[in-house]
Write a protein of this length. Structure first.
Length: 562
């Protein structure tokens, strides 16, 4: 029987107070780029100051407060402070443009927007000014820096107004809150249409954070390198909350990912755990300075966020030395993790499966056509039920009903099978499946196979239109540095081991793949570009947004297949 986690029954604010009481002097947050370091006692105090400032803005329980920023200390403080007063934090993708920002703020009924000044080429201050009149409920714009244009509060000004709120007022608000209250609204996109806001509760994210940490054996003594973006469920739940509930130190290398920053963080700060999506791990492993780095402090970690090639996982275990690294699988709608391998699982399990369900989470495999529950070894849709399932999509009852059945089962849209030992393997996406001449082709199988070719560093398989077979197999390949390869060589390699209908008709060599800000490959863009280059023009139904969508949020956490 699984012991009741100490965070069950708590709100996020109370969980942080609990950790601060147990580990007041332990280092809590380290932001290397910004030179920011605080202990858990200081962390808790900082959050109180921000929470009182939110109360001074008349932010009430259930109000929506948005944050549009990269990985800055203020992001974390704001998330914890909003939770402490019962406000719902709306996490906005840093890559959004004005029309996307306006939609998210309007759809979420946001009352206050916190933002940095810029991200790469985007002038956030100017963009926020443009959309302000389009969002009826938006009352406050607050810069997370010490400067701001007219009509916007600076961060010091915002912090200063908290002095008008007495500590007792904050305590009174905290006493009103319930673990079942909604606390986080995260936008997730599909292949078409507008993003949907996933509403998560204190309890759903706290239990997820606790159990994911437990699966990798995270302890207060651990120092965790977290380069993934906070706006994403991986960053805020598994990163921010995962460290906070365990009393571990969260270390953030840069405001956004750089392989050198990650390597510096691990080496100089003696990280014992490392998080990231596969493309981040590949970038770190392939960085020119990696061979001379001291990675000996690494013990565990999480690879997540997109399909995880077996060869990449093997290199993280052997070359990087993170022998206890785990793989988790899930989606934003599941807070986010559904299954996870354990740090003490055999390496074979950790490189070929996504592990077993987290405690308190049920998983089943269902035939997508008939709805019948399938047995071991049979491929079908993975569905989940438990404390991790979202409340629903904000303001979208019909979409919520489509995603969650009347019996509480969340439909993931992922194809999977259960092994006889209870571990699950993700075998693809229902929507990504290629149907060639009546044969079902699963891109993941071909991609995994191609990683065994000595010239292939990365491979992405998509279906493209074909007048004879309906669809044909197309692969984009990025070769290893200094290694040459031909399309016919790739096809010959596939013909040796794969059925004829799985052999790619089109082989295209590229220098890079289109990626989301979280490092996930955007297959819809690969398909669109392949169709254009091959002259296979057909009418394509484009995504609602042009930066993140489709984010394949049902693959929010990693998948591994043999």
């Amino acid at each position: 029987m699984t012991a009741i986690p100490p965070v069950d029954g708590l709100t996020i604010g109370a969980a942080l107070r609990r950790t601060a009481a147990h580990h007041p002097d332990r280092e809590a947050l380290v932001f290397l780029q910004q030179g920011f370091r605080v202990t858990y006692a200081q962390y808790d105090q900082h959050v109180d100051v921000v929470a009182r400032a939110l109360l001074a803005l008349d932010i009430r329980r259930g109000d929506h407060v948005a944050v549009w920023a990269t990985n800055w200390p203020e992001w974390v403080l704001l998330f914890m402070a909003a939770s402490r007063i019962g406000a719902v934090l709306v996490t906005v993708n840093p890559a959004y443009r004005t029309h996307e920002l306006a939609y998210a703020l309007r759809q979420s009924d946001t009352k206050a927007l916190f933002l940095i000044d810029r991200f790469k080429s985007s002038d956030y201050f100017a963009m926020a000014g443009e959309v302000r009149q389009e969002v009826p409920d938006l009352r406050w714009l607050i810069s997370m820096k010490d400067h701001a244009p007219r009509g916007m509060l600076t961060w010091p000004q915002f912090m200063g107004i908290g002095d008008t709120v007495l500590p007792g007022e904050l305590r009174a608000r905290e006493a009103e809150l319930s673990p079942a209250d909604p606390i986080n609204l995260q936008y997730t996109s599909g292949t078409t249409g507008f993003p949907k806001g996933v509403l998560l509760t204190h309890r759903s994210v706290l239990l997820n954070a606790w159990y994911v940490g437990q699966s990798q054996g995270l302890e207060p003594e651990d120092r965790v390198c977290v380069p993934v973006p906070f706006y994403h469920c991986f960053g805020v739940v598994i990163g921010v909350l995962g460290c906070a509930v365990r009393g571990a130190t969260m270390m953030v290398p840069d405001e956004y990912f750089s392989p050198e920053g990650v390597l510096d963080c691990v080496e100089r700060e003696r990280a014992t755990s490392i998080y990231g999506v596969p493309t981040m791990f590949v970038a770190a492993l392939e960085h020119e300075s990696f061979p001379g780095r001291d990675m000996s402090s690494l013990r565990t970690g999480i690879m997540a966020g997109s399909p995880c090639p077996v060869e990449v996982m093997n290199r993280v275990v052997t070359d990087m030395g993170a022998r206890g690294v785990t793989i988790a699988y899930g989606l934003t709608e599941a807070s986010p993790a559904i299954t996870q391998t354990r740090a003490d699982d055999p390496v074979e399990v950790r490189v070929k499966t996504v592990g077993r369900p987290l405690p308190g989470v049920e998983v089943r495999i269902v035939d997508p056509g008939s709805g019948d529950v399938l047995g071991d070894g049979q491929q079908g849709e993975l569905q989940a039920r438990g404390h991790n399932v979202m409340l629903g999509y904000y303001g979208m009852p019909e979409e919520t009903a489509e995603a969650i059945g009347e019996d509480g089962w969340l439909h993931t849209g992922d194809l999977a099978l259960r092994e006889s030992d209870g571990n699950y393997r993700i075998t693809g996406r229902i929507k990504d499946m290629i149907i060639r001449g009546g044969e079902n082709v699963y891109p993941r199988e071909i991609e995994e196979f191609l990683y065994a070719h000595p010239a292939v560093e990365s491979a992405q398989v998509v279906g493209v239109p074909d007048p004879r077979f309906g669809e044909e197999v197309c692969v984009w390949i990025r070769t290893r540095p200094g290694v040459e390869c031909s399309a016919e060589e790739i096809r010959a390699f596939c013909r040796e081991r794969l059925a004829y209908f799985k052999v790619p008709r089109y082989v295209m060599f590229v220098d890079e793949f289109p990626l989301t800000v979280t490092g996930k490959v955007q297959k819809f863009k690969i398909r669109q570009e392949a169709i254009r280059k091959l002259g296979l023009e057909v009418r394509e139904e484009g995504p609602g947004f042009d930066d993140e969508a489709p984010d394949d949020e049902a693959l929010e956490l990693a998948e591994v297949t043999s």
